[in-house]
Ligand binder design. Structure first.
Ligand code: BV8
Length: 228
């Protein structure tokens, strides 16, 4: 059957774990548009506001959020599938890893890491973002920023993603609204490679028409069915 699979996930795969999606909040946070908070300009203009945005999500992630059956099914797929599998996520949570996936490409960064703005070195987040959270790679330390790709910043791992898309024979998109690029353009690249393309989402995404097949519903139900 299929030998080279690329899976792209978005906020919808973590919705059943209790993490808010961007759409559900109408892209709003504390009456700010996410596009204004999740930007370098927003951060340098008002680091406290942006730090609060990420510290709140970090606290929620640590407290009462667990991977759901969709994360776990993709973890099993990685263990059992003997072909090539690349799991790309737009999510900055660590639920894929906690659901059993060991190789996850976080193209928009990771909430559980901080980054030195000077050296770009990343560190596991040990305390909330703020003026006291300093890197240890510089002397004196620099205030760490979230290791997150903001709007206007270059996503991580694009070369690897494009290479996998150009040779894949199956592309599965799970829980994403298809509103943010370049991720929303991956299906077009997969189609161009002649891959079979499948969208699993609660509702048709913005790029719904570019998929060969669709399964509409909750990821927690549809992804385990697909992987079995
Ligand atoms: C880039 C990290 C250059 C932060 C995120 C002007 C200036 C600069 C850039 C642009 C510009 N105009 C446009 C752009 C490009 C821009 C962009 O696309 N903007 C949009 C708003 C139009 N993109 C960028 O800036 C990117 N960088 O362009 O660099 C470049 C040049 C050349 C080549 C490459 C690059 C960087 C974008 C990254 C931004 N960072 N995240 C953080 O998380 O705080 S984006 C963030 O929002 C997420 O990572 C994700 O990507 C996006 C939200 O999308 P989704 O994950 O899809 O979530 P959403 O809530 O929208 O949808 C959830 C879906 O799940 C829904 O459809 C729902 O129905 C479904 N669902 C819900 N429950 C379930 C479910 N499905 C199944 N089961 C359920 N239970």
């Amino acid at each position: 059957m299929y030998q080279r699979i690329v899976v792209l996930t978005g906020a919808g795969i973590s919705a059943e774990s209790g993490l808010k999606t961007f759409r559900a909040e109408d892209g709003l946070w504390e009456e700010h548009r996410v596009e204004d908070v999740a930007t370098p300009e927003g951060y340098w203009r008002n680091p406290d506001l942006v730090n609060r945005f990420y510290n709140q999500r970090w606290t929620q992630l640590k407290k009462d959020v667990e991977p759901n059956p969709a994360h776990q099914a993709l973890g099993r797929l990685e263990q059992e599938f003997d072909g090539e599998l690349l799991l790309v996520t737009q999510n900055i949570d660590n639920l894929h890893e906690r659901g059993g996936s060991r190789r996850v490409l976080h193209m928009h960064g990771e909430l559980v890491k901080g980054r030195c703005p000077k050296s770009q070195q990343t560190f596991p987040l040990a305390m909330p973002f703020g003026p006291d959270n300093l890197c240890t790679c510089c002397e004196p330390g620099n205030v760490m920023r979230p290791h997150v790709v903001w709007f206007g910043e270059m996503p991580i791992g694009l070369d690897r993603i494009y290479e996998a898309l150009e040779r894949c024979d199956l592309f599965i998109s799970i829980g994403t609204s298809g509103t943010v690029y370049p991720a929303a353009g991956f299906v077009e690249m997969a189609n161009h490679a002649g891959a079979h393309t499948l969208e699993i989402n609660l509702e048709p995404s913005e790029v719904h028409s570019q998929f060969n097949t669709h399964r509409q519903g909750r990821a927690g139900e549809l992804v385990p069915e697909l992987v079995e």
